[in-house]
Design a protein around this ligand. Structure first.
Ligand code: AN7
Length: 361
């Protein structure tokens, strides 16, 4: 039989706290492509690679942490899990719970998660509750529920999530055969920033890499508590995945930044959408707006002269563009793209396409 990727727990069983007694709840997550991005390399003078996490089973990086968190929950005898979410965590939790045959309750901010993610939570039979509040309110309630009721919390305040997610750094190292010079990624709760930092630190300690990458994290301008240095009460950005005002892994992320000579920056919404367009139109990778902030962050730092020519740069793009596709249909001036409609007529179609008869391909 052809080799099939076995999911991150089996592929990295020696690097994670699992045993023969741990039931492996997997949907085949991880093993995602690390793709060269020639267009971004040309723009920045760096060697740019994109870690395409939209290729995970539910379309985001959350699956790496969820396989670990749900497997450990089931090992502990849990019959129900709970999470707060801006959308991707709820989609992933519901899918892994469905696979395990347990219940997932998901708390999301009312009207603030994308249709794709909402559909996933419902499709996987999650108990979906919309709260009249923001993500931070949802996380407060989820934590209190887990403290007082028999439900197992699977947000990234659960260390099993971070442990599962650190495997992405292992994969980058195995492809590049060293750590990159820079690693760029979006920041919401800063769980993934923490997870990659841990993964790279473990690789250095094992002696398979020569350095730690400088960890560069980006928040949306209207939702940038780490950059501002204080919580944001009413976070606002069209990048709904990272509309988070009080990050759960704030302290861990600051430590990781200090250990790696890292950086946190903020990017405004229009610049996020521009970067999303560059990635989809010039690299061929479609991501949700929150993920495009990695690209925007790189372009901004390169413009500022902070990325030496020839540096190896990895951008994690965290979620698939189909999660929240509406933004691709919005033009830069804010109007909607209207697809061209023509009759069933060869000449007319050729005319609209600007094709000239007899011309070369
Ligand atoms: C596409 O689903 O917090 O900094 O509840 O969905 O580890 O929080 C999602 C976060 C980046 C930020 N990109 O990661 C949730 C949730 C995408 C995301 C982040 C999220 P963290």
């Amino acid at each position: 039989m052809a080799h099939q990727w076995r999911g991150v727990l089996r592929e990295y069983s020696d690097r994670l706290d699992i045993s023969d007694k741990t039931p492996i709840i997997t949907l085949g997550e991880g093993g995602t492509p690390l793709l060269p991005a020639p267009a971004l390399s040309a723009m920045t003078g760096a060697k740019v690679f994109v870690k395409y996490e939209g290729m995970n089973p539910t379309g985001s990086f959350k699956d790496r942490g969820m396989t670990m968190a749900v497997s450990k929950a089931v090992e502990d005898g849990a019959k129900a899990i709970i999470c707060a979410s801006t959308g991707n965590t709820s989609a992933s939790a519901a899918a892994y719970a469905a696979h395990a045959g347990i219940t997932a309750a998901v708390l999301v901010p009312e009207g603030k998660i994308s249709m794709g993610k909402l559909s996933q939570a419902v499709a996987h039979n999650g108990q979906l509750i919309q709260l009249k509040g923001n993500f931070d309110d949802c996380l407060d309630i989820a934590r209190d529920l887990a403290k007082n009721y028999p439900v197992h919390l699977v947000n990234s305040v659960n260390n099993d999530r971070i442990e599962g997610q650190k495997t992405a750094a292992f994969e980058v190292v195995s492809v590049l055969e060293d750590a990159p010079d820079f690693h760029f990624l979006p920041v919401g709760n800063a769980g993934n920033y923490t997870a990659y930092s841990r993964g790279y630190a473990e690789e250095l300690a094992r002696g398979v890499t020569t350095k730690l990458p400088r960890m560069f994290g980006f928040q949306a301008s209207g939702s940038a508590p780490i950059v501002l240095g204080h919580p944001v009460k009413n976070p606002d950005t069209l990048a709904s995945a990272i509309r988070i005002g009080n990050p759960a892994s704030w302290e861990l992320a600051l430590t990781a930044r200090d250990n790696t000579n890292g950086y946190f920056g903020a990017i405004d919404d229009e610049t996020i959408l521009k970067a999303q367009r560059i990635l989809s139109a010039q690299v061929g990778i479609f991501v949700e707006p929150a993920s495009a902030i990695s690209v925007a962050g790189l372009l901004e730092r390169a413009e500022a002269g902070e990325i030496p020519a020839g540096s190896t740069v990895v951008l994690t793009v965290t979620g698939h563009g189909l999660k929240d596709p509406q933004w691709a249909l919005r033009k830069e001036d804010g109007s909607q793209v209207e697809p061209t409609v023509v009759s069933v007529d060869l000449e007319e179609v050729a005319g609209v396409l600007g094709l000239v008869k007899g011309g070369l391909h």
